[in-house]
Structure formats: C-alpha cells, structure tokens
Design a protein around this ligand. Structure first.
Ligand SMILES: O=C(O)CCC(=O)C(=O)O
Ligand SMILES: [Fe+2]
Length: 311
C-alpha cells in the first residue's frame, strides 16, 4: 500500500466483509484513510465553513470575549500563540474555536464537559456548528463499528462508550503567511489525543502524514472526502494494532502561503469515565501488552492537555 487509501463507506452496508477487511488494513498500515460516500452534503459543509470564516474575520477584541482564561481551551475561542505541539519550540500558526457536546447540566459529566459558548455576532453559528458536530459524531460511530469488527469485537462495541463522549469540533483558521522567514509551521508534528479524528474540508494542501518508513506523505483529500485518522486513545486501547500516526500542517510555498487555510477536525472522544484498558484480543505473543495500567479517558486527556500547553 504505497498510498493512503480512500474508501466509500456505503460499502459497509452493501459489501461488509470486504469493506471491513480493507478499512482495517488501511488503518493498520497508515492510521489514516479518506472516507467518501459519507452522506454529509456539500451544502452543509459549505454553510458551516461560511459561518466559521465570518467568525474568524471578526475583530480580535470581539473574538477574545469568547476566550475562557484558565479553561484549557475546552470551549469557545483560543487565540494565536497558545497551542504548541509536544516538544516543539514554537507555537502553531493558528486560532480556533471549540464546540463540545450539549449535555443536561445535571449530568454526571457536567463538571468535565462545560456548557458551550456561542458568538452573539453570528446567530447562525450555533445551529450550523452543532449540526456538523452531530453529523460527524454519527459518521465517526460508523467508522468505529467497522474498526471494532476488524479486531473481533461486536459492531456495537463503542456505542455505549461514546454516547456521552467528550468530543470536540474544532474550526481552525491558519492566516496567510506574510513573511518568508517564520520559524514555525501551521501545525507542528503531533498525534491526536482522542479515539479517532474526522477532518472535514482539508482540501487546501498542507496536511502531511508520516509513513511507517518515516517519510512525510502529503495527503490532500478531494472535496467530497473526509479524512479520518486514529488518535492515541484508540492506539492505546488496541495495543498499537491501530497506530496513531504523526501528522503536521506545513506552510505552502510561494504565493500559496498568502492564502489562509481553514480546516475543521472533529475529535471523537469516549465518555469521560471510560477506562482505557488494552483489549485482550489485541494482545499476542509478538505484541504483549504495552500498557499494563488502565487510565480513564478524562485522566488521560488532562495529562495530554498539559503537554500541549492548553492546560
Ligand atoms: O488543519 C488540518 O488539516 C489538521 C489539523 C490537525 O491535525 C489538528 O488540529 O489536530
Ligand atoms: Fe491533528
């Protein structure tokens, strides 16, 4: 497999066994795949991007009203100059907004899943952003079902472990790069923290994925393709059968650097109290358990947020 595969998820209904085998092989090798036939319309994606762009175009002091100091970037706006890839010298060249799951405020998860903020300046933001959140959440569940089947778990294995998942939709704006000598890249090399990430609209170039051999492979998806990758929580749960692959967003060369980039990852997380304990079916003689100790999803998240300077 010399290229990152793109698969049509409609085959999960029509050609299940072959689809599960192919998606499983793609993720074992790359930790990344493109997903098409997902049913999320271009109109929905375009309308969502339109409100995200309008938000980022607001004056800095207006956006800053939605930055929660000490909130770990969990909800609302995070300005430039904060998130820094683990071990990196310079911060990323991006600003972003976080939408979380809407849960009853008397839920047992309410302490660690705060209420959303919404920008008053853009009334349509809320319904479009949360609509996209829900669409990506259900697409993510379908991908997880296929990944579960491939490693001998029931199709519904993840359902009751992600139904109150602490998942985040993150519209990102990388502004135009106006000088030739910035020492930073748009997003430094990193792995995602969560179970899986669904990246919608990564059609502008810049995303690069590290292959098993260590080469950086550009992955610019077609407009109708959602990029889905494995994060560290699923890597840990599956004892590295599904690898959480390092990726980054590089600055384009020449005039293209003068274009902004917008992208929107959805970080699909388990329920905060889900215990990440290596699945017995992924432990073999050749691959003994790499994590003898279990950790809750929330405990793991807090450790990792400190590393990337969001906490
Ligand atoms: O902008 C992108 O395409 C990727 C962003 C990313 O990898 C992240 O936010 O974790
Ligand atoms: Fe990422």
């Amino acid at each position: 497999m010399s290229q990152i595969p793109t698969l049509d998820i409609r085959r999960f209904e029509t050609d299940r066994d072959a689809f599960v085998a192919e998606i499983g092989a793609a993720y074992r090798e790359w930790g990344f795949a493109g997903i098409r036939g997902h049913g999320i319309s271009n109109d929905q994606i375009d309308a969502s991007y339109d409100v995200f762009k309008r938000f980022f175009a607001l004056p800095e002091d207006v956006k800053r009203k939605y930055h929660v100091a000490g909130g770990g970037g969990a909800r609302g706006y995070t300005p430039f100059g904060i998130e820094t890839a683990k071990g990196a010298q310079y911060h990323d060249l991006k600003e972003f907004w976080h939408v979380g799951r809407e849960i009853p405020r008397d839920s047992k998860y309410a302490d660690v899943m705060p209420a959303n903020l919404w920008p008053n300046e853009i009334p349509e933001f809320r319904s479009l952003a949360y609509g996209l959140y829900q669409s990506l959440d259900s697409l993510g569940s379908r991908v997880l079902s296929a990944l579960a089947l491939h490693i001998g778990l029931p199709e519904s294995y993840f359902a009751d472990k992600t139904d109150f998942g602490n998942s985040i939709l993150r519209p990102i704006h990388y502004p135009p790069i106006t000088s030739d000598d910035v020492p930073n890249v748009r997003a430094g090399a990193h792995e995602d923290i969560n179970l899986i990430t669904l990246l919608v609209g990564a059609s502008a170039e810049g995303l690069e994925v590290r292959s098993r051999k260590g080469d950086w492979v550009p992955f610019t998806a077609d407009a109708d393709t959602i990029v889905v990758n494995i994060g560290d929580m699923l890597q840990r749960l599956t004892n590295h059968v599904y690898p959480s692959t390092t990726h980054r967003v590089v600055n384009p060369k020449g005039d293209k650097a003068r274009q902004p980039r917008y992208s929107t990852p959805f970080f699909l997380h388990p329920n905060p109290d889900f215990l990440i304990d290596v699945l017995p079916s992924t432990i073999t003689m050749d691959n003994p358990s790499r994590y003898p100790e279990a950790i809750t999803a929330q405990g793991y998240l807090e450790e990792r947020l400190r590393e990337i300077k969001l906490k």
